[in-house]
Design a protein around this ligand. Structure first.
Ligand SMILES: Cc1ncc(COP(=O)(O)O)c(C=O)c1O
Length: 430
């Protein structure tokens, strides 16, 4: 595969940007692929290579790249204004739409990213409960906020980044996903302000909750007066128009949104939830700053993202997207599993709906620890590289996982299954 122009861009990029990328996850060895344009479920690089995109903007692009409904919305707002810096009708409509669609949302505030929204969600939970410690899942990814940048990558006991102080991270207690017994024990011993959980572990490998896990968390949180936070940055609007909470029928106290809530390509995040919790942000109600929770920001709920986001949410609300992407997800999980079995490869698929994880492990993992302990990382990396050589881009070499968009069809799913079969033939018995 010819990638000379990517190499040249990389050489320029590393002079001015660490690692030549704006996010480590976008770096592939020996150098990243630089994209020139995108359309539907495909991206095209600077050397003219065409790829099937199983990355879809870090999972944000539920409808694929540049769907006509989004382009029309962008054109509809761009000349009205991109940033008033003052309140406007579009943000009211946007908030109304989120409250209408997300079952647990009585009120909402917008941020510029999922990271930011999670930071405010934790602050709200601590302010509401007047407790300090928080629980998060091992392998849970909530963005780069210090207090949540704990136990993300295996081994979970090691610091995730330089520059994190003990003060910022010591009150975060890692919890094992899908293990209510251990979580219950930890909750008995620690007064937690909240438990934050992705209803399906996303970057941790698209691992779904076992039957009763989310319901069990809900009950434990009720018993211990702990707030339950769902980080639905990926699952919100990907699993159903009302996110994982509608799909699994469990209501959190606070929900964090991001990615698809902005329609794709526009920076966004949101915190929503129960009125009595959200109102802690209301400075007209809580006059003393020590009682209220600060939230704000220059670009929050700008007209561009508010208008486009509302239109895209209304599109998801129609519901036609979900049977399509969920069926493709199911097909991909089942048929990859069959391929691995046929060629006697120690690998398994996980996920639900349109989220698919591929694990080079002996056993199907139930949580992020099982996904990492004993995994054949070399084989995972080789698989990722083989897909790339065959013009398929998937998220992360060490833990391949993918998201399917409305722009994907059976044809693209068949293609990845065939390429995987070729790979499996070469690595039979590993
Ligand atoms: C579940 C989850 N939460 C939070 C984030 C952080 O969102 P952002 O990258 O917009 O800050 C991500 C991003 O990948 C995510 O997957």
């Amino acid at each position: 595969m010819e990638t000379e122009n990517s190499r040249k861009l990389y050489e320029r990029a590393i002079k001015v940007t660490p690692a030549g990328v704006s996010y480590a996850i976008r770096y592939f060895e020996p150098y990243p692929i630089y994209i020139k344009r995108a359309s539907g479920c495909r991206v095209y690089d600077v050397d003219g290579n065409e790829y099937i995109d199983y990355w879809v903007g870090h999972g944000a692009l539920i409808m694929g790249h540049n769907p006509p409904v989004m382009i029309k919305a962008l054109k509809g707002i761009i000349e009205v204004g991109t940033h008033f810096g003052l309140p406007h009708e579009y943000e009211v409509e946007y908030a109304e739409q989120v409250v209408k669609m997300v079952p647990s949302a009585e009120m909402v505030r917008f941020t510029n990213s999922g990271t930011e929204a999670n930071m405010y969600a934790i602050r709200l939970a601590r302010a509401y409960t007047k407790r300090v410690k928080i629980g998060k899942m091992e392998g849970g990814w909530h963005g780069g906020y210090d207090a949540l940048h704990v136990a993300v990558n295996y081994p979970f006991e090691k610091p995730e980044s330089a520059g994190l102080t003990e003060g910022a991270t010591k009150d975060t207690i890692p919890l094992p996903f899908n293990d209510l017994e251990t979580i219950s024990k930890i909750m008995r011993e620690n007064e937690l302000a909240c438990i934050i959980v992705e209803p399906i572990l996303g970057a941790g490998g698209c691992i779904p909750p076992e039957d009763g896990f989310l319901q069990g968390l809900r009950e434990l949180c009720n018993d211990y007066d702990t707030l339950l936070i769902f980080d639905e940055v990926i699952t919100g609007f990907r699993l159903s128009p009302g996110g994982a909470q509608q799909y699994y029928g469990v209501k959190p106290d606070i929900t964090v949104l991001g990615k698809a809530v902005g329609g794709g390509g526009l920076s966004i995040g949101a915190i929503c939830g129960r009125r009595d919790i959200m109102e802690l942000i209301d400075h007209t109600k809580y006059k003393d700053k020590s009682e209220r929770v600060f939230h704000g920001g220059t670009y929050t709920a700008n007209p561009l993202v508010s208008y486009v986001g509302t239109i895209m949410l209304r599109e998801y609300e129609k519901g036609y997207i979900y049977p399509h992407i969920n069926k493709l997800g199911e097909k991909l999980r089942n048929e990859l599993e069959e391929v691995f079995e046929k060629y006697n490869i120690d690998a398994h698929t996980t996920g639900d709906g349109s989220m698919v994880g591929i694990h080079f492990t002996k056993k199907k993992p139930r949580n992020a620890r099982e996904a990492n302990e004993g995994k054949n990382e070399e084989l995972a990396k080789e698989y990722h590289r083989f897909l790339l050589e065959n013009k398929i881009i998937m998220v992360k070499p060490t833990l391949p996982h993918t998201f399917i968009s409305y722009a994907h069809t059976e044809k693209e799913i068949q293609q990845i299954i065939e390429v995987t079969e070729e790979f499996a033939k070469k690595h039979r018995g590993k």
